[in-house]
Design a protein around this ligand. Sequence first.
Ligand code: SAM
Length: 243
Amino acid sequence: SDHRLIYPSTPEDMDWSALFPSFVADTEAARSAPETEDATETVIKPSIKKLVKDIEVVDVGCGFGGLLVALAPTLPDTLLVGMEIRNQVAEFVQDRIRALRAQDSQGKQYQNIACLRANTMKFLPNFFRKGQLSKVFICFPDPHFKHRKHKARIVSTTLNSEYAYVLGPGGIVYTITDVQDLHNWMVQHLEAHPSFERVSEEEQEADPSVAIMRTETEEGKKVERHKGQKFVALFRRLEDPAW
Ligand code: SAM
C-alpha cells in the first residue's frame, strides 16, 4: 500500500537521475567543462542530480509500457515518464526500457523514457511543478463499474484539478477507453472543468500521438483482437483567467 511508495515532498526534491542517466546535468557539465588542474575549483555536487531538461509527458497508469516505447522515437527531444502503481508491472517496464537501451549500440534510443512506481491519484503535484507538463495520457483506465467505486476513477473533479495544475496552458489530456460509460464520464467531468476545453475531432485525428495511443497500448491491442470499440477524447488546458 501507499506507505511503501516513495515520493518526494516537492518536485525539487525528486532525483530523476537514475531513470534518465543520459540527461543528467552534472555529467553534461563535467564533459563540456574545461579541465582544470586546481583541485580547489572542483564543485561539490549537490546530492540531487538535476536533469538538463524537465519531464514533459506523463502516462498515467502506464501498464506494460507500450505507449511509452512507441512514443519514444516520435518525441526524441522530450522526456516521458510512465507512472504505474503495481510494483511488478513497474519493474517489468523498467527492465523493458533497460533492454531496449542496451540494444542500441549508439546509446541514444529510448533514453528519453522511464517508468516510475507511483500512485498518480495521490502524489502527482509532488513530482511535477505547476505547468510543467505538455501531455498527460490516460489510456484504458480501470473502469470501476460499480457506482460506489466511481470515486476510485482516475478522472474526477478533484483529480482533473491536479491534471490542470501540472499541465501548462495548451497542454493536452489524452483519454481512451473501450468502456462507453467511462468515456462519457471522462468527457463529462473534463468538459465541466473550467481549465479544460475539448479538442475538435479534426485536430484530434491529426495528432500523431492519437494513432499511437489507439494501436500501441497493450490494452488497445487487446481491444483490437476482440474487435471492440475505442472511444477517444482530448482536452486542452486553457490559460488561467486574468483576475
Ligand atoms: N495504460 C495501459 C494500457 O493502455 O495498456 C494500462 C491500462 S490498465 C487497464 C490500467 C493500469 O493503471 C493498471 O496497470 C493499473 O495498475 C494502473 N493504475 C491504476 N490505478 C493507478 C494509480 N492510482 N496510479 C498509478 N497507476 C494506476
